[in-house]
Ligand binder design. Sequence first.
Ligand code: SF4
Ligand code: SF4
Ligand code: SF4
Length: 170
Amino acid sequence: MATGVGLLIALALLIGALLARAAARLPTDDEAEVERINALLPQTQCGQCGYPGCRPYAQALLLGTAEIDQCPPGGTATARALGELLGKRKPGPLPADAPAGVAIIDESSCIGCTRCIEVCPVDAIIGAATFSHTVIAADCTGCELCIPVCPVDCIRLETGSSPLPARVPA
Ligand code: SF4
Ligand code: SF4
Ligand code: SF4
């Protein structure tokens, strides 16, 4: 009898341990999947997808609450890669990538407040306090985050069909 009770206790402990292990593994698996998705994203942390950064967007994709075509900087290439990774939600026909915009600073109006530098997620703006600032066009993703913070409204987004290097400001 004592042996039977002992076996039952051992079995219960084993099942408990297995369940605990399975429960512990689920979040880890989810985290790994989020990392795989996140690795496909441009990491500009621009928020254009509607999430506060690439990783939150990756989490939403895993949860199924976001679509694969919400990342303008990544464009169709990223959407396709996400579709392939997520399998069941392969992309349908995707619209052509919109030409990327580039922020342009009117340096004659810039007061050098540095606010634009502080918000640029890709460090595409150079300048020092009280000196005029400039956008490194090749690094700008066109996220527009710098535009509303400028107190003198001297940043504009220039869009067009020409490639980025042709739009580098003088
Ligand atoms: S739009 Fe793309 S690059 Fe920007 S935060 Fe979202 S996932 Fe990252
Ligand atoms: S639009 Fe402005 S904030 Fe966005 S990447 Fe270009 S310079 Fe940086
Ligand atoms: S936010 Fe506007 S005024 Fe301030 S440094 Fe940037 S461009 Fe110049």
